[in-house]
Design a protein. Structure first.
Length: 205
């Protein structure tokens, strides 16, 4: 199972998380997020180990700005967390790994994802809220049984120290990785390294 730690914005904390060797590290380029990385020096990301996939998180951002930031920060992946169309996602397939996020609740229609096949590399299933992620709330993971496509997915939304063990009970064949964010924080954007270490150990058992 792959591990993605998302919502980082402080250089020393970024370095400490990188030392844990997650597969993906997420950086939020959305100004309304409390985890917005603002003017973080590009060198901080460029100096990360090459085996960590640096992921830029965008919400309804322009294609031109995404392209600029991918180059500026040497991003290996982009996570599109807004209302991006399949065509918009496809435009970046040759530049980076494309992760398309969707907010999930009991009424979510998984058939709408068919249009994204071949246009994205991964889906990310988060808890549906009025905001764009980072809510710290879970959704009913049983809903994932309705997902029948071949595109692998990350699980996000409310993963924390109290439920990370239960994630291992999800046996879906396309379950690719977990996205750890707000419930492993001291404050928005500042991760609790001790809690992450414990979670990494559980996931890797």
């Amino acid at each position: 199972m792959k591990i993605k730690v998302c919502g980082l914005k402080y250089p020393e904390n970024i370095e400490a998380v990188a030392a844990l060797q997650p597969h993906y590290m997420g950086f939020i380029f959305y100004g309304k997020s409390p985890r917005y990385m603002a003017d973080l020096n590009a060198c901080v990301l460029q100096d990360l180990p090459s085996d960590i996939n640096k992921t830029g998180v965008f919400v309804n951002e322009s294609a031109a700005n995404i392209e600029r930031l991918v180059k500026q920060y040497d991003l290996g992946a982009i996570q599109l967390h807004g209302d991006e169309s399949p065509e918009f996602c496809a435009a970046f397939k040759n530049e980076a790994t494309v992760i398309k996020a969707f907010g999930i609740n009991e009424d979510f229609d998984f058939t709408r994802l068919k249009a994204y096949i071949n246009n994205v590399d991964f889906f990310l299933f988060d808890t549906k809220t009025k905001e764009y992620g980072g809510s710290g709330k879970t959704f009913d993971w049983g809903i994932l049984d309705q997902y029948e496509l071949d595109v692998p997915f990350f699980l996000s939304g409310g993963l924390g120290p109290d439920n990370i063990e239960e994630v291992k009970n999800i046996k879906h064949s396309r379950f690719y990785g977990v996205d750890l964010n707000s419930r492993f924080e001291i404050e928005p954007g500042l991760k609790n390294i001790e809690k992450l270490e414990q979670a990494f150990a559980i996931i890797k058992q």
